[in-house]
Ligand binder design. Structure first.
Ligand code: SF4
Ligand code: SF4
Length: 446
């Protein structure tokens, strides 16, 4: 679409597809020169080969919306199918800000598009559950009983659950084994000389299903000279909400997190979940129009660090003990593509004596987790998960390491489906085991 037409549309009286509350930017749309370099890294284009399920196609649809086309069901379907993995942002030589375009578009879709009853109910259930760690923790008991009762095996054999309720089946298949780990204290002292005071996000899925990742993170930070502050009232960071167009909800979560942490005197705010980190680094944009929070959000955003990013920035002081094993490192999209953090986790792993890091083929393609995308799109998510599991298993590594709870669950489920076996760990687990001189078998046991 010609630039003039886009700008004319943007300055016109009203859009059909979009309203005037942060519509996607026509300038950003016109940055796309249609070269197609992004296509082969886009998981939905890889799956279906459809132009409108590619980044270039979606940008074209956004342009059509700005030029006056209505927000049709088909347009929404193509936007909904986007995983938000941001592989296209990495691949684009013209620097197109697809991340901004899709986020603004999704907020418009959530406000202006009426979804079917089943879809509305599913989304309402997801957003009444996932951003609330206490509610997620309540699920652990029933899931454990379900596993122990043997019903899980029966359902797996008959595929009954999958046919009756694909979404519940997906959730069930992704849920990791529940581990009883005590919650970390609100303040943990640095070991040795204190080098930094660090606020820490415990997360929703992370704290409910992977509390051992948080415990390992705290131990690693303390061993590296950080005093760690973990206020129990912190709540959700709003990542799932903002990535799904629920901007007002995300803003509420963001304000609360800033309220809880800004008085703590922290030097850094550390995050061990990639999806959360990428949205925390955009609080300044999320709250830019809020007169009470805009400046505070800028100050808060400047302190946000991914765990690996912070550890490399501080430099190691704790001794690393050998871990003779092979690991495959998986780049979570919201760490690699959205935050550009690829080297730091690998540098940390390479800093462990006798540990070999292996490369996963097609590293840029999403595993299909993508927040709650795998719950909303179980079929294609399983296809992407299987593709990733094959690439992971082909490395022959003993351990898969990544930095996002969604990826851990998604790849674990896909590896099981493939009949393969590989142990899984967060980067924090591996560093913790090396610093504490644990036996490698502690990481390799299922
Ligand atoms: S964010 Fe991912 S799924 Fe969406 S258009 Fe870009 S590459 Fe494709
Ligand atoms: S690589 Fe960038 S400029 Fe090229 S088609 Fe994709 S988004 Fe457009």
């Amino acid at each position: 679409m010609p630039d003039d037409a886009l700008r004319a549309a943007e300055s016109g009286a009203a859009y059909t597809a979009f309203d005037r509350d942060h519509p996607p930017s026509a300038d950003l749309v016109s940055d796309c020169v249609h070269c197609g370099f992004c296509l082969t890294t886009c998981p939905t284009y890889v799956l279906w080969g459809e132009e409108m399920d590619s980044p270039r196609g979606r940008i074209h649809l956004i342009g059509q919306g700005l030029a006056g086309e209505p927000l049709s069901d088909s347009m929404v379907e193509h936007f909904d199918r986007c995983l938000g993995c941001m592989a296209c942002v990495t691949a684009c030589p013209s620097g197109v800000r697809y991340d901004r375009l899709i986020e603004d578009t999704r907020a418009q879709v959530e406000r202006r598009h009426v979804r079917g009853v089943r879809e509305r109910a599913l989304r309402a259930a997801i957003f009444a559950l996932f951003p609330y760690p206490r509610r997620l923790r309540l699920l652990r008991g029933p899931l454990l009983a379900y596993r122990r009762s043997g019903l899980q095996k029966l359902v797996g054999r008959t595929d009954l659950l999958r046919r009756l309720a694909p979404t519940i089946a997906t959730l069930e298949s992704l849920a990791p084994r529940v581990r009883g780990v005590p919650r970390p204290s609100a303040r943990v002292r640095a070991r040795g000389e204190r080098r930094a005071v660090v606020g820490m996000l415990t997360g929703c899925v992370q704290s409910a299903f992977f509390p051992d990742v948080n415990s390992a993170t705290v131990r690693v930070l303390a061993a590296e000279g950080c005093e760690v502050l973990i206020p129990p009232a912190q709540g959700c960071c709003g990542a799932l909400s903002v990535h799904n167009g629920r901007r007002a909800e995300a803003q509420r979560f963001a304000r609360r997190l800033i309220d809880v942490f800004e008085q703590t005197g922290m030097d850094y705010f550390v995050v061990n979940a990639a999806g959360c980190g990428s949205s925390l680094k955009e609080y300044d944009e999320l709250l830019a129009d809020d007169p009470r929070y805009a400046e505070r959000a800028v100050a808060f955003t400047a302190k946000v660090r991914d765990l690996a990013e912070l550890l490399v920035e501080l430099g190691p002081v704790a001794e690393r003990h050998p871990l003779p094993m092979t690991v495959a490192y998986h780049d979570a999209c919201h760490l690699g593509h959205a935050q550009g953090i690829r080297e730091q986790p690998r540098a940390l792993l390479r800093g462990i004596p006798e540990l070999e890091v292996r490369r996963i083929a097609e590293a840029e393609i999403c595993c299909g987790s993508a927040g709650v995308w795998n719950v909303l799109n179980p079929g294609p998510a399983a296809d992407l998960g299987d593709r990733k599991a094959k690439a992971v298993l082909a490395t022959g590594a003993e351990l898969l390491v990544t930095a996002n709870p969604g990826c851990l669950m998604q790849v674990a489920a896909a590896v099981r489906r493939q009949g393969g076996a590989i142990a899984l760990a967060h980067t924090a687990h591996v560093l913790d085991a090396s610093i504490r001189n644990l036996d490698p078998s502690t990481l390799l046991s299922p």
